[in-house]
Design a protein around this ligand. Structure first.
Ligand SMILES: Cc1ncc(C[n+]2csc(CCOP(=O)(O)OP(=O)(O)O)c2C)c(N)n1
Ligand SMILES: [Mg+2]
Length: 598
């Protein structure tokens, strides 16, 4: 190789440095030692973080972006190493979060020979087929000189339009093969591309007409508002027209949940004022939200939405999501922030705005009535002092203790349902969860990525006992990288969300959903607090609500990694004003209110 040539690995790493990627997260294998060698050379410019399970790396890259707003990269080896990654790819793909997955593969000279760890029975070096449904695109350069094109195109695909993870699959030899004298420059290829497209101007005028004429308007926000950086403009519009704002679980935090116009979560377990306002609205402005089954009460009319007669204005960067599940009175493909700028500018040219805002008083008063009814309904759960801890009380105590700048990363399970219902996030990144793919481990591992992105902020994972045990290797990573993360293990001695379904839909025929000691039949789990201590991390057990808040305060004050094993009741599910249907098995009943039939 001539002296001035960079090899494939060096080009990728140099490109990442040029894109100002601060960290790569991953796990070694023979398939990526060429890449690690390139990272070694540039260790002053980009930090390599080694984890103990590949999916942990993917979840870290995911949450790093959700907090820091910058994509990072992962590295995994050929064969099994990269086969541990798809769960994280799919999670990011369905939640539209970008990261670049650099996966190793077998040497090109060995393609189709069945070399160690080659997937070859359908097609040579076939990792791309494995992840085809799991990411936005796969690139597989098979010569060194293909790397520059592949890396810049991979990056562009990842960040433009609707973002998502992209795989750069690199055969072993290509990391070390001559690739180019120079790396592509982001400022020539990617840095100057804007996808902040506006909506068709006539559509903007029509949207404003509809909003000004509405008697019972509601704005519904999803994560497009959060990750599109549109929270400030959302607030401007909501306040200017005095329109209440509800959110999907992924949109949680797009508006301060204590704002008077904040309605809450629309979902099976969403509060009455949010579901009832959304389902009785005459005009619903949906921003960067995709109307999944959990947001929509499984699309059963009259629980979360009644579209029609509600007239839906649906704005999204991805036209595939518009009119996927509901008919639209007006569908607009646009970046949400640009759309909001357009609407605010259009409002400047309109008369009668004050009248529209004043005429809202009746609607907002009505909603306040719903809110009071709901608050009275849920009040007892906040003061319940039982042991095991009442889950509503647990969510409430955690919410009360966390400071405003804390980042809470939830895992998947019944604890997540409690948290999204009873936490009151103030900022777009106060409460992070996975709503598309929902892989257990997301919160257990993702909190490490949050802490890398926000070293000064308290980062707390609330995770199920099932998920924590699945990914307990994170304890070691927190120690190795000195990350003061806190895990609150919501220990209910079960895969409780699934056991709840057996109880609710299958007459209590429970199998394979709880953890028991073989001799006593008593609930069993390893001692998670002792596990933490064995890793060199503070670990405590709590059984009472007041001890939970005390322990969390101590953990926050310590600024060291900490595990709180909280014994939390498993027998309750968070009810709300919506429902969820498991087709063939039936649908749940709303815990409050009924179905709205106009
Ligand atoms: C990797 C993975 N496996 C299985 C599931 C299906 N699943 C969803 S929630 C859940 C139970 C999780 O148990 P735990 O972590 O203890 O949380 P809990 O529901 O008890 O709060 C399971 C098995 C999943 N989402 N992800
Ligand atoms: Mg559990």
């Amino acid at each position: 190789m001539s002296k001035n040539m960079l090899d494939g690995g060096q080009v990728i790493v140099d490109y990442l440095v040029r894109e100002k990627v601060p960290y790569v997260f991953g796990l070694c294998g023979h398939g990526n030692i060429g890449f690690l060698d390139a990272l070694y050379e540039r260790s002053d410019d980009i930090k390599t973080v080694s984890v103990h399970h590949e999916s942990v790396a993917g979840f870290m890259a995911d949450v790093y972006y959700r907090v820091g707003g910058k994509p990072t990269a992962t590295f995994t080896s050929c064969g099994p190493g990269s086969a541990n990654l798809p769960i994280a790819l799919a999670n990011s793909y369905l939640d539209s979060v970008p990261f670049l997955a650099v996966t190793g593969n077998v040497p090109t000279s060995q393609f189709n020979r069945g070399a160690f760890q080659e997937l070859y029975r359908h097609y040579q070096a076939d990792f791309p087929s494995t992840v085809r449904a799991y990411c936005k695109r796969v690139f597989q350069p098979t010569r060194g000189d293909m790397v520059p094109l592949a890396v810049r195109q991979a990056w562009k695909t990842m960040v433009t339009g609707r973002p998502g993870p992209v795989v750069l699959d690199v055969p072993f030899d290509i990391f070390k093969e001559a690739a180019a004298e120079e790396t592509p420059k982001p400022e020539e290829w990617n840095a100057n591309i804007s996808c902040r497209c506006g909506a068709d101007p006539e559509g903007v005028a029509k949207a404003v007409d509809m909003l000004l004429a509405a008697k019972r308007p509601v704005i519904l926000v999803g994560q497009g508002v959060k990750y599109g950086g549109a929270a400030a403009d959302l607030l401007r519009l909501a306040e200017r027209l005095r329109i209440p704002v509800a959110w999907s679980a992924s949109g949680t935090g797009a508006i301060d949940s204590r704002h008077p116009l904040a309605l809450g979560l629309v979902a099976r377990n969403g509060p009455y004022q949010a579901n009832h306002a959304a389902r009785t609205a005459d005009v619903l402005l949906a921003l960067g939200v995709r109307f999944d089954d959990r947001t929509s009460s499984s699309w059963l009319p009259g629980y979360s939405f009644t579209i029609p007669p509600t007239r839906l204005i649906h704005v999204d960067i991805d036209p595939d999501e518009i009119a996927r599940n509901y008919p639209v009175a007006l569908g607009l493909m646009a970046d949400v922030r640009t759309f909001l700028h357009q609407v605010l500018a259009e409002l400047d040219s309109r008369d009668g705005l004050a009248d529209a805002a004043v005429s809202r008083a009746k609607w907002l008063d009505t909603i306040e009535g719903y809110r009071r009814e709901w608050n009275a309904f849920i009040a007892p759960g906040f003061v319940d002092d039982a042991s095991p801890i009442h889950p509503q009380r647990a969510a409430h105590e955690i919410d009360k203790v966390l400071p405003e700048d804390a980042i809470l990363v939830s895992d998947i399970g019944v604890h997540h349902n409690w948290l999204i219902q009873f936490c009151n996030p103030r900022r777009p990144d106060s409460l992070i969860g996975s709503m598309g793919f929902g892989p257990m481990g997301f919160g257990v591992a993702g909190v490490l990525g949050a802490q890398f992105a926000a070293p000064e902020r308290p980062c707390v994972s609330v995770c199920g006992d099932g998920a924590f045990f699945m990914h307990a290797s994170v304890l070691g990573t927190a120690v190795e990288y000195d990350l003061p993360v806190i895990w609150v293990v919501w220990n209910n001695f079960a895969y409780a969300s699934i056991r709840g379904l057996q109880r609710g839909y299958l007459g209590g025929r429970e199998l394979a959903t709880d953890f028991r000691h073989p001799e006593t039949g008593a609930p069993y789990n390893p001692d998670f607090a002792a596990m933490a201590r064995s890793a060199g991390i503070a670990g405590v057990n709590v059984d009472r609500a007041a001890d939970l808040s005390e322990a969390l305060r101590a953990a926050l004050a310590s600024r060291r990694p900490y595990l709180i094993n909280a014994n939390i009741g498993a027998d309750k599910n968070p009810g709300g004003a919506g429902v969820w249907e498991l087709p063939g098995l039936g649908q749940s009943q709303p815990a409050f209110g009924g179905r709205y039939q106009p």
